[in-house]
Design a protein around this ligand. Structure first.
Ligand code: NAI
Ligand code: MG
Length: 500
C-alpha cells in the first residue's frame, strides 16, 4: 500500500481503502508541508486515521490545475458529454453508497440508515438532476429592432472555490459540484477538517467517471489556512461557502480582493409556528424532525418553536412524549438509533454551554439538558433538550446552537407570531402549522426567510431552491435557481444595418 492510502475496517466490519492525500489533477499527492489532520470518531473519541492538510502552496497547485482544465478540453466539451460524465458519477455514487455511508457515519456520527438512505440518496440525486441540466443551459435571442440581432450566452464563471461544512459532508459537496459542473466550471473544493474522509473516497469516483484532470480538485485543510487561501486567491473567480455566519462574513471580505462572485449559505434560527387550529399530532412530529434530525446540526433546523397559547400546554406535553419515544440516542451504526453523537468535542461543548446559558437565564428545562454517557462511556452524546417558557431576549432564543436543542415559547395573535418570528438577524428556514389555507399563505408571505414549510419542516428537495435572506446568506443553491450562481450572462449585439 502506498503512503497515500490506508486499509481500514469500520466499526460495522466494512473494509475499504481510504485515500489520505490531496486530489489534484486526478492524482493523489502529499501536502508540501507534510501537515496532517487526524480524523476522530465522535462515537468513542478514537482516532480513525490522518490525512494530508493543504497549505496555501497546495491551494496554488490545485488552482493552477483547475485553471488549466478550464482553458482546455473541459470548456469546449459538448454539453451533453459533460452531462454524461456527471450521470456516470451519480451512478458510481449509487454503486459505492454502502462504503460512502459507512465512512460518513464513522467520521461524522450520523445514523447509518440516514447516511445511506438520505445523504447518499441526496448526493446521487443531486448529481443526476444537474447532469440533466448540462445541455439545457442556454441564453436568449432578444428582439429589439430590425437593425439589431442580440443574443445572450450563459458562460461558466471559471475556477470555483467551494468550502463545505461537516454536517452533511458529501451532500454539501454534491449541492456545490452539481451546478458548477453542469455549467462548465472547474472546481477546487475544500472539505471541513472535522470530516475529511468521505470526500476522498468520492474523489476516486470522479476519476473513474472519466472527468478530465483538473476539473475537480479536492483538498482537506484547516479553514484559516487552506480555506482562507481559497477565499483570497487571485485566480479563483467564484467562492461558494456553507458554514457559520461569522466565517461567511470573513470569506466575503477575503473574496473582495478580486471581487469574486459569491454564494453564501450560513446560519439560522428558524422559527416554527403552531397555530391553535393546527393538526397538533402532525405539528409535533414534524417539529421533532425539524430540530432533532442529524443531531440538530442542520442550518435550517426549526430551533425556535412558537405555539399559540390555546394549545401551548398540550403541544409541550405531546412534544416531550414524542421526543422521549422517538429520539433514541446511541451508537450510530445500531439500527434503532435516531440520534448519534455531536460531530466533535467542540460542538458538544458548545451545546452544553447553551444548556448552562438557558438555565442561568431562567428558562425552564423540560427535557434533556445533559450529556448521555451510557452508550459506551465515551463519545459526544447529548440528551435531546427542550427549554420552555423562553423569552425573546434570552441567548438561547437568539443564537444558533446547532444541536438537539429546542426552545419553545407561546404567542397570542398572528401578528405577534410573525413579528417575533422575524425578530432575528437570520432568515433561512421557517415553518407554519395551521389547517387554515388562507392564514398559511398569508403568514408564509410575511415571514422573512428564504424557505417556508407549510405543515412540514425541513423536507428540502434538490429540485427546489435553497438559501437565506438577512444574515443567513446570499444566493440560492439547488433547483434551476442554483444554476444562476455558476454562470455569467454574456450579451452579443450584432449590427444588422445601423450604418454611420
Ligand atoms: P465554520 O463556518 O468555521 O466552518 C465551515 C467551513 O469553513 C469549514 O470547511 C472550515 O474549514 C471553513 N473555514 C473556517 N474558517 C475559515 C476561514 N477563515 N476562511 C475560509 N474558510 C474557513 O464552522 P464551524 O466552526 O465548523 O462550526 C461553528 C458553527 O457554525 C456551528 O456551531 C454552527 O452554528 C455553524 N455551522 C453552520 C453550518 C450550516 O450548515 N450553515 C455548517 C457548519 C457549521
Ligand atoms: Mg470525525
Amino acid at each position: 500500500m502506498s503512503d497515500l492510502s490506508v486499509e481500514l475496517t469500520a466499526p460495522n466490519g466494512h473494509k475499504y481503502t481510504q485515500p489520505t492525500g490531496l486530489f489534484i489533477n486526478n492524482e493523489w499527492v502529499k501536502s508540501k508541508s507534510g501537515e496532517k489532520i487526524t480524523s476522530i470518531n465522535p462515537t468513542d473519541e478514537s482516532e480513525i486515521c490522518s490525512v494530508y492538510a493543504a497549505d496555501p502552496e497546495d491551494v496554488d497547485a490545485a488552482v493552477a490545475a483547475a485553471r488549466k482544465a478550464f482553458k482546455g478540453e473541459w470548456r469546449d466539451m459538448a454539453s451533453t458529454e459533460r452531462g454524461e460524465l456527471m450521470y456516470k458519477l451519480s451512478q458510481l455514487v449509487e454503486e459505492h453508497k454502502e462504503t460512502l455511508a459507512t465512512i460518513e457515519t464513522w467520521d461524522n456520527g450520523k445514523p447509518y440508515s440516514v447516511a445511506l438512505n438520505e445523504d447518499l440518496g441526496e448526493v446521487a440525486g443531486t448529481l443526476k438532476y444537474y447532469a440533466g441540466y448540462a445541455d439545457k443551459i442556454h441564453g436568449q435571442v432578444i428582439d429589439t429592432t430590425a437593425a439589431k440581432l442580440a443574443y445572450t450566452i450563459r458562460e461558466p464563471v471559471g475556477v470555483c472555490g467551494q468550502i463545505i461544512p461537516w454536517n452533511y459532508p458529501l451532500a454539501m459537496a454534491a449541492w456545490k459540484l452539481g451546478p458548477a459542473l453542469a455549467c462548465g466550471n472547474t472546481v477546487v473544493l475544500k472539505a471541513a477538517e472535522q470530516t475529511p474522509l468521505s470526500i476522498l473516497y468520492f474523489a476516486n469516483l470522479i476519476k473513474e467517471a472519466g472527468f478530465p484532470p483538473g476539473v475537480v480538485n479536492i483538498l482537506n485543510g484547516y479553514g484559516r489556512k487552506a480555506g482562507a487561501a481559497i477565499a483570497s486567491h487571485l485566480d479563483i473567480d467564484k467562492i461558494a461557502f456553507t458554514g457559520s455566519t461569522a466565517t461567511g462574513r470573513e470569506i466575503m471580505k477575503m473574496a473582495a480582493i478580486n471581487m469574486k462572485n459569491i454564494t453564501l449559505e450560513t446560519g439560522g434560527k428558524s422559527p416554527l409556528l403552531v397555530f391553535d387550529d393546527a393538526d397538533l399530532d402532525q405539528a409535533v412530529k414534524w417539529a421533532h424532525i425539524g430540530i432533532m434530525s442529524n443531531m440538530g446540526q442542520i442550518c435550517t433546523a426549526t430551533s425556535r418553536i412558537l405555539v399559540q397559547e390555546g394549545v401551548y400546554e398540550q403541544f409541550i406535553s405531546a412534544f416531550k412524549a414524542h421526543v422521549a419515544a422517538t429520539s433514541k440516542v446511541g451508537d450510530p451504526f445500531a439500527s434503532a438509533t435516531f440520534q448519534g453523537p455531536q460531530v466533535t468535542k467542540t460542538q458538544y461543548e458548545r451545546v452544553l454551554s447553551y444548556i448552562e446559558s438557558g438555565k442561568s437565564e431562567g428558562a425552564e428545562l423540560a427535557a434533556g439538558g445533559e450529556p448521555v454517557k451510557d452508550v459506551n462511556g465515551k463519545g459526544f452524546f447529548i440528551a435531546p433538550t427542550i427549554f420552555t417558557g423562553v423569552k425573546d431576549e434570552m441567548k438561547i432564543f437568539r443564537e444558533e446552537v446547532f444541536g438537539p436543542f429546542v426552545v419553545i415559547s407561546s404567542f397570542k395573535t398572528e401578528q405577534e407570531a410573525v413579528d417575533r418570528a422575524n425578530n432575528t438577524t437570520y432568515g433561512l428556514g421557517s415553518a407554519v402549522f395551521t389547517e387554515n389555507i388562507t392564514k398559511a399563505h398569508r403568514v408564509a408571505r410575511q415571514i422573512e426567510a428564504g424557505m417556508v414549510w407549510i405543515n412540514s419542516s425541513n423536507d428540502s428537495d434538490f429540485r427546489i431552491p435553497f438559501g437565506g435572506v438577512k444574515q443567513s446568506g446570499i444566493g440560492r443553491e439547488l433547483g434551476e435557481a442554483g444554476l444562476a450562481a455558476y454562470t455569467n450572462v454574456k450579451s452579443v449585439h450584432v449590427n444588422l444595418g445601423t450604418r454611420l
